[in-house]
Design a protein around this ligand. Structure first.
Ligand SMILES: [Zn+2]
Length: 393
């Protein structure tokens, strides 16, 4: 824990300066690159109590995280995000150095500019302005920042939340700063996410000579019938806030180089993105029912990256939508599309929505954000901070 820190070399009220300081830290997962230190330097002088949390587990790289809180009273409003970034890839593809944070034609370039150092900078600047304007919170403002979102996400948000629970740190509402807007700031708030499950099917038979099939048992016709059975009909037709669940076969593998051998087994992998009508357990039962109808010996393994969740439209979604509308003039759509995020862990602790920058260049070469978007996102987060304790308290 550190409560005092040297004054930062940048103005914490300026989102562009904070974003540049963050982008200049090469924090490709699991490296921190100094990014959390930038945040501590900005937050500690404002009165935030900062906890650096390093987690590690056998077989994984240690990862640094930060939990910072201003105020001791509830409710505790939390901004969550990640300072780690995906690798820049081939440097030749970039027009500007991905870690130089250069400004060109009104845009800030660099890895993490939109996913999601820009949004973190916007929230830090909004909090700094709020505090300097004398708006000490009626509750608490906190930041939960992980360095392990783009990787395996084992030593990140999930462990910080466990640590918080053990310390009696309660969260009452959370905004995650992922780049949720498809084209323009104000397009979209994510109010939930689909779940994701990957399943591995192995169908067993008995190897043999193709000319003596009565001495063998070919698993491939059964594998083909099983895959036909699970793709024959959609899982559902969607729900009021979710698109239909979707099952995709991602690979079918036999690996049999011989034209005269019946193989002993065949394998297939599939991924299901599922809505709030399903859980991993109900999906496994749905799959097994169809596989059993074909029959024969098979194994079904799986892993779940996240269950689906929904924060139904209510005080938190309205708070963020009103703030976005006031600044951009447009009312964001509520959506549950896209991949998973750390909101999948936070939803077990408090209502959570996601709103950040425009996602068009995330994970791409020449990732960039318009400076104007950074400024307006800061205003939106500021509007949220001004109203959150009256409206959610
Ligand atoms: Zn992200």
């Amino acid at each position: 824990m550190s409560t005092a820190a040297a004054a930062p070399s940048f103005d914490p009220c300026d989102p562009v300066a904070v974003a540049q300081a963050l982008i200049r830290c090469p924090s490709v997962t699991p490296e921190d690159g100094g990014a959390l230190g930038v945040l501590e330097a900005a937050l500690a002088p404002l009165g935030f109590v900062c906890h650096r949390l390093r987690f590690e587990e056998e077989g994984t790289a240690p990862v640094d995280n930060l939990y910072a809180r201003l105020g001791r009273e509830g409710p505790n409003f939390c901004f969550a995000g990640h300072t780690d970034v995906v690798p820049p890839g081939e440097l030749k593809g970039w027009s500007l150095d991905p870690f130089a944070a250069e400004i060109h034609n009104g845009r800030l370039y660099g890895r993490g500019a939109v996913d999601m150092k820009g949004a973190i900078a916007a929230f830090v600047a909004a909090a700094a302005r709020h505090v300097k304007a004398g708006g000490a919170p009626k509750g608490s403002i906190s930041l939960l920042i992980t360095g392990d979102e783009e990787g395996v996400a084992i030593n990140g948000t999930r462990k910080v939340l466990d640590w918080m629970q053990a310390k009696g740190e309660k969260l009452d509402a959370c905004v995650v700063g992922e780049p949720t807007n498809p084209k323009a700031l104000g397009d979209m708030i994510k109010i939930g996410r689909r779940g994701s499950m990957t399943a591995f099917l192995t169908v067993h038979g008995a190897q043999g000579h193709v000319a003596y099939p009565h001495l063998a048992d070919n698993p491939l016709p059964r594998l083909a019938r099983m895959l036909a059975a699970i793709t024959a009909e959609p899982l559902d037709a969607g729900t009021p806030h979710f698109q239909p669940s979707n099952l995709e076969l991602t690979t079918i593998d036999v690996g049999n180089p011989a034209h005269n051998v019946i193989p002993a087994q065949g394998k297939a992998t599939l991924n299901i993105r599922f809505n709030d009508l399903h859980t991993a357990d109900t999906l496994l039962a749905w799959l097994r029912e169809r596989l059993d109808r074909v029959g024969g010996s098979y194994e079904l393994d799986h892993f779940v990256s996240g269950d689906s969740f929904l924060t139904p439209p209510g005080p938190l979604t309205e708070l963020v939508a009103d703030a976005a509308e006031r600044v951009t003039g447009r009312r964001p759509e509520y959506s549950t599309t896209g991949g998973t995020s750390d909101a999948r862990f936070i939803k077990n602790f408090c209502p959570v929505v996601e709103f950040g920058l425009v996602g068009q260049t995330m994970h791409k070469v020449d990732e960039h954000t318009a400076l104007d978007d950074l400024t307006r996102l800061t205003d939106i987060y500021g509007e949220v901070l001004r109203n959150v304790f009256d409206r959610l308290g």
